[in-house]
Design a binder for this molecule. Sequence first.
Ligand code: MG
Length: 383
Amino acid sequence: MNPKRLAILGSTGSIGTQTLDVVRQHPDRFEAFALTAHNSVGKLIEQARQFMPEVVVIANPAHYQELADALADLPIKVFAGEEALCDIVRMAEIDVVVTAMVGFSGLRPTISAIEARKTIALANKETLVVAGQLMTDLALKHRAAILPVDSEHSAIFQSLVGEDGNAIDKILLTSSGGPFRHFTSGQLLSVTCEQALRHPNWQMGAKITIDSATMMNKGFEVIEARWLFDVAPRQIEVYVHPESIVHSAVQFADGAVKAQLGVPDMRLPIQYALSYPQRLPLEGDRLDLFALGQLTFERPDLDRFPCLRLAYEALEKGGNMPCIVNAANEVANLAFRQGQITFPQIAEHIACAMQQVAFVPCPTLADLFTTDAEARQCPLPRS
Ligand code: MG
């Protein structure tokens, strides 16, 4: 069997590097055919020399020369720019496109890959948040499979294997609760970016770690689950589960609940998306329920973590509302990391954008780009 050829978009980020870890463990199964990064040119050079892909792309063209010079002695094709990303994912040799880039920028290359009928290993959840209806319609039309890489959605997906035709009654979406689970509203006023970046269970990129602290990440995952598994928002229930062992669960018509459990390790959902329906060996820690002793669950507090409520509201409202939330969140998340706004102001800014930006009930792709640009113009709250 020939190895599956992967295009890893965002190969230098947290998911990207862990995907390459999986490739390293199974060189007979997977091949890194294309590697791309936005700005991390040094790391991309290092990865290219190690994995010898056919193609590398640096999205920011300012780094093109440095990349091309560093790889001049190797038979690796070097490209730059957003357009190149959309072009390379269409290459005939590629079997699977791993979408591990951050935010709205993932939209165009993912569309391009779906149109080229590639299997999508989806890590860029913002794509489904912004354009869930369009993306799922497009995937259906081109018969492109979208396999989840997000640990919760992978757990749901794994729980659904063998359940063809059995309707989902409810999805139990688990959340660690983030680093501020026990903080009072008063304490949340003065939390710092440094505190927010210390996630208790998962090592992730900066943007998603802040999204986890606000629980906007969980809100996005509710939206992602709605589109991946075709369920209504009210069928998705969030459970705060600080141990991050139950990665999510599905309840069926007879009351049976199936879950996937394991130690928090992103390489498992990444590998499963690549090897599905097969399971391959994976080195790493094993779950020890005796050592854990107990697993705990609590309801999320939507007053202290209003981002989760805003996500549910956006999903119920539909249209371009989730796109507005995503753009406002990208701006506010960055502003918080740069010390321009306080932690509670992230949610304030998003709520404000939801009021200000024009609502479009059935947006086209062009509408979504307009919405995204408009939402990014909303003025930040004063800190
Ligand atoms: Mg997740």
